[in-house]
Write a protein that binds this ligand. Sequence first.
Ligand code: CP
Length: 326
Amino acid sequence: MRIFQHVTDIGDLSAALAEAQEVKRNRFAWQNLGHNKTALLIFFNNSLRTRLSTQKAAMNLGMNVIVLDVNQGAWKLETERGVIMDGDKSEHLLEAIPVMASYCDIIGVRSFARFENRADDYEERILNQFIQYSGRPVFFMESATVHPLQAFADLITIEENWKPSNASKPKVVMTWAPHPKALPQAVPNSFAEWMLAADVDFVITHPEGYELDPQFVGSARVEYDQMKAFEGADFVYAKNWSCPGVTRPEDYGKVLDDYHKMMNWTVDAAHMAVTNNAAFLHCLPVRRNMIVTDDVIESPRSLVIPEAANREISAQVVLKRMLESL
Ligand code: CP
C-alpha cells in the first residue's frame, strides 16, 4: 500500500478486519519488518490520539519514529506556488517535502481544512503535494476531508462489539451534535465512507443545511428527525461538523445556527432510550454536555476508550502494509 486515504486503499474490508485482530493478538510479531525503517509523522495541527497511537504502532513494528510539529520549532512553511516569499514564511513546502522524505521511509501527515476555500480543501492540496513530491508511501492522519485511521478504528470497534440477535447487520446511526466552533467534515466523511463499504445498516441524521459531500455519503439514508433516526439503533456515532457547503458553497465551514438553539441535538439519555440499547461512539476529543451528556459517555454502553485504543491497531495494520510494500 502506497497511499492510505480512502476505504478502497485498504482493499478487502473483511481481510483488513481479520488482520486487525491478528495484530491485536500479537502486536510485536512483526518487529523485523520495521527494523532500520523510519516513520516521519508530520503535524500541522494538534493531536493526542493520532500522535501517540501512530508512534506506538510504528514502535510495535520495530520502526524508528520522528515526529515533527510544523508549528513548533520548524520554519514556517509556504504552501502556495508562485507566492513572493517576503512575509513570515521562510521555507516552501516544495523544498521541505523532498528534504523530509530523505530522512524517512514512510510519511504520515495531519493537515486540517483551512476553511478559506472549499475547492482547496476538497482537492486536498497539502496532502497531494506530499504524495507527488515525497516519493514515499503517505498515510493521512486527518486531512482536510478524511480521517481514515479513525474510521478504520471505528469499524474495528463496531465489529468487536456487534452481537447479532434478530438482525443480520447492525443499525449504525451517525448523528450531528452541537459544538461552539466550526469543525471540519473529515471524521464524518470518512465514517460515512467506511460504513457504506461495511456490512451495516447506516443512517445519517443532521439538521438541514449540514448535508455531507456526495462523494463520501453516496446514497446513504439521511433522516432529519434525529429521534426517528435513533429508533432501534445498535450503535450511535456522534460528531459535530460545520456546513459542508454542498448546496450553498458560500456557507462552507460555517456554523449555521447559534449552538444554544441546537442543544436538543445533544446525545442524552432520552435519545439513547429509543435505541436498541445502543453503544455510544465518538472519535474524541469530545466536549461533554455539548455533544454528549456526562451520563451517556460514562455509561457501560460507551465505547469511546476502546475505540481510541483501537487507533493503535488501525495504524499498525496500515504501517505494516506500507512496510510490506517497500
Ligand atoms: N480522534 C483523533 O484523531 O484524536 P486526536 O485529534 O487527539 O489525534
